[in-house]
Write a protein that binds this ligand. Structure first.
Ligand code: CO
Length: 134
């Protein structure tokens, strides 16, 4: 069901500092910050040859990233994103096995303009998993 690792998302307390580290110290290709108010985040994409890192910073008071940083003030790995060929089929299969899908349970449009779902970390050994329609 799952295909390529699309990205690893890291919540960071200082987006500028984190961007500069990936750009200047690690020598990676780093995007400009992109505000995604409907997801409560500002995101910077770090483009790697085989995947991406997303640096996430809270946008707005209701941001789930804000809550995450309250618990992890230095930042931390927030979620992994895997591509799937058929997000509705994947969702159906997971629900039939008792997995929980966060939010409304329906796919919504993610940072790359494609449908995404988030799976409950407690069903996945503590890791928040995002599935993205390939
Ligand atoms: Co993501």
């Amino acid at each position: 069901m799952i295909g390529e690792l699309n990205h690893v998302a890291i919540a960071v307390p200082d987006l500028r500092k984190a961007s500069l580290q990936y750009k200047d110290v690690f020598g990676a290709d780093v995007s400009e910050p992109l505000a995604l108010p409907e997801h409560g985040v500002t995101v910077v994409f770090v483009n790697l040859p085989n995947s991406k890192i997303e640096l996430l910073h809270p946008l707005g008071e209701e941001s789930s990233i804000k809550k995450f940083l309250d618990k992890n003030p230095a930042g931390g790995i927030h979620h992994l994103c895997f591509e799937v060929g058929d997000i509705m089929a994947a969702s159906k299969k997971l629900l039939s096995k008792g997995h929980r899908i966060l939010g409304s349970g329906k796919p919504r449009i993610g940072a790359h303009g494609k449908e995404v779902l988030f799976l409950h970390p407690k069903d996945n050994f503590g890791a928040l998993i995002e599935l993205e329609q390939k």
